[in-house]
Design a protein around this ligand. Structure first.
Ligand code: CUK
Ligand code: CUA
Length: 623
């Protein structure tokens, strides 16, 4: 990392370059807000002075906004909204041809669980994956650019709520479904729920070079409704554990009917073994996917009874245990992988359901942890000292306890009704135990009122000492479910898109700009630079695009300003179109010029002192 230079020198250099007037942040503020929190007031703990940066990125799901929210910790400042499943005119996402195609016509998604790619069970900071519960999609955001790189829609799914989570070397991104549907969503009366409806798990691979998803195989499970799940680590590295909450096969009034049984199941899968089965051709093809049906392809899939209606299961950092939280049972259950493996090896099963052997609870459980008066445990996070932290949705608190002994060590109220929490490096093999953020569903009157609906809140808690210390709270738009918090040193962003003369449709010199007509298609090869558009340098007016009514217009725009943060926008009046080109980027939009008339074009992203002058015209000659 380069050393910080005062902003003033950057300003001066920019001024001398005549048109740059933003500071050059390539040598920008660096440094760490100290995490040495002892003897600091809460205000000091969260204050990151100018010239220093936050120590962590918190990558938060944006729920039904469909987007990824990026926060800095410990300041709790929101840094960016990264569009993932929803178009975003601020960045042009969903407007340019590539991202529009990626979105596939959808205008929203429901993103619950981010998962940062891992190497050896540690966040590697390369990609973060996202699930869309509403439309059966998975997305990858490239953390070198914070741009969505790929989206894939998966067949045979009923809402991949229980993803995303990754195996310890990102071999798979796992996506189990929440809703049960007949395979292919064909018509089947709800009376046939038990036999016709299914819960499907998708095992997705991601090629990090090509930035490309693929569906490796799927597993067809009973319609038990799968909830948040986790992958094993180290000793349990080949395994996946998933909670279920509807072993009752409820099809109506689920709040009552899916809560009858005292026990639901955790499903354990050995993905390494299943991978071998698939390689050996032990699957059926279902709507193009390789499907494993445990009734036909036995082994490698087991069920384990657990306290009723669990909401989440989390594997401990050392990979030896998994902890389920029963939202309707006021306890956390600690299970031992070792004990589960022994029972499996001994063939010690109490029964079989849907071809899935059921392990005896008593032989696999290590202990039940029941903090007095604590209600509604949902999800578990970890620190570096063998402790677990559970959010309690109903009693609005976080409970800290020792995994080895089940001893309750501390409790802190949060405001109010936490869903998940996220600890720094909390899902890795080595959490660092500095902070936890409680993602609260209800803020009540914590912030200035904005009417009947209040924001959600994120509460920062210092967990570096023996006792938790509630430090700060920040409002947030609807609606984070889960977040992962990664040390900033692991994320390496690029400063600009490298100039690439061979990139398709790119133009780097003004004299190469051109407008080509092919029949009724008009192809523009243009440049955006401070402070003008050049569409055809040889024309009388280089910033004019002339077309005929009914023409298809394809505009390729390259931003040739290879300076960090010099982004140009491109909006055309009355056409519902706006996109951007970041430094060195080439992007394309396509539309049909349906209306005859005169339409100003302008740069929508403030880019220079002459930003206002950065404009042109599109003239559409009547038919
Ligand atoms: S969920 Cu929302 S609080 Cu979708 Cu992981 Cu538990
Ligand atoms: Cu270019 Cu504003």
């Amino acid at each position: 990392m380069k050393k910080w230079v005062p902003a003033a020198s950057g300003l001066l250099a920019g001024f001398m370059a005549a048109t740059v007037f933003f500071a050059d942040f390539s040598t920008g503020p660096k440094g760490t807000a100290s995490n040495d929190t002892a003897n600091k007031s809460n205000a000091e703990k969260v204050y990151v002075p100018y010239g220093e940066l936050d120590e962590y990125y918190m990558l938060s799901s944006g729920g039904h906004s469909g987007q990824l929210f990026v926060y800095g910790l410990p300041s709790m400042r929101k840094i960016r909204t990264v569009p993932v499943f929803t178009p975003d005119p601020a960045t042009g996402y969903g407007f340019d041809t590539k991202s529009k195609e990626m979105l596939g016509g959808y205008t929203w998604g429901d993103f619950h669980h981010p998962a940062i790619s891992e190497t050896d069970g540690e966040y590697d900071g390369k990609f973060v994956f996202a699930n869309d519960v509403a439309n059966n999609r998975i997305a990858a955001v490239d953390l070198s650019t914070f741009h969505t790189a790929d989206i894939m829609e998966m067949p045979n799914m009923g809402g991949p709520h229980a993803g995303t989570f990754v195996t310890q070397n990102t071999e798979y991104i796992v996506m189990p479904t929440r809703f049960s549907v007949p395979i292919g969503k064909e018509y089947a009366p709800l009376d046939e729920f038990e036999e016709k409806y299914k819960g499907v798990v998708s095992m997705v691979t991601f090629d990090q070079e090509k930035k490309d998803f693929d569906l490796a195989y799927q597993i067809m499970l009973p319609p038990w409704s799968y909830d948040l799940s986790d992958a094993g680590k180290k000793v349990s590295g080949d395994w996946i554990v998933m909670t279920t909450y509807n072993t009752e096969f409820a099809t109506t009034n689920n709040e009552i009917n899916a809560s009858q049984n005292d026990r639901d199941y955790i499903v354990l899968l050995n993905w390494k073994e299943l991978e071998k089965k698939v390689a050996a051709g032990e699957y059926e093809e279902v709507n193009g996917a390789k499907m494993i049906d445990p009734r036909k392809h036995k082994g490698s899939i087991y069920a384990l009874p657990v306290a009723k209606s669990p909401h989440g299961v989390d594997v401990t950092p050392d990979g030896t245990r998994f902890i389920a939280s029963g939202k309707l049972a006021p306890l956390m259950t600690v299970f031992s992988f070792e004990k589960a493996f022994e029972a499996i090896k001994a063939g010690d099963f109490e029964t079989e359901k849907f071809g899935i052997p059921v392990l005896p609870y008593d032989k696999v459980v290590e202990r039940e942890v029941d903090p007095p008066g604590a209600l509604g445990p949902l999800h578990t996070q970890f620190d570096d000292r063998g402790n677990a932290y559970n959010t309690m949705f109903i009693s609005s608190e976080i409970v800290k306890w020792k995994v080895e002994t089940g001893e309750i060590l501390d409790r802190t109220p949060v405001h109010y009704s936490p869903g998940h929490s996220t600890a720094t490096e909390g899902d890795t093999a080595s959490p660092d135990g500095k902070w936890i953020v409680s993602l609260n569903k209800i803020a009540k009157d914590n912030f200035l009122s904005v009417g009947p609906s209040h924001p959600e809140s994120m509460e920062l808690i210092d967990i570096s000492g023996d006792k938790m210390s509630l430090t700060y709270t920040a409002p947030v738009d609807p609606e984070p479910h889960y977040a992962q918090t990664i040390h900033r040193d692991k994320i390496k962003t690029i400063k600009i898109y490298e100039k690439d003369e061979n990139r398709e449709h790119s133009v780097w010199k003004q004299e190469d700009t051109r407008i080509e007509r092919k029949g009724n298609e008009v192809h523009v090869y243009g440049i955006a630079m401070r402070s003008k558009f050049v569409f055809d340098a040889k024309a009388e007016r280089p910033d004019e695009i002339k077309v005929k009514q009914g023409d298809k217009v394809i505009i390729h725009l390259t931003n040739i300003d290879l300076d960090q943060d010099i982004t140009h926008g491109f909006g055309i009046m009355d056409h519902d179109l706006n996109y951007e080109v970041q430094p060195g980027q080439t992007s394309t939009i396509e539309f049909t010029a349906e209306k005859a008339g005169t339409f100003p074009i302008y740069c929508t992203n403030f880019c220079s002192a002459l930003h206002q002058e950065m404009s042109g015209y599109m003239l559409v000659e009547p038919k």
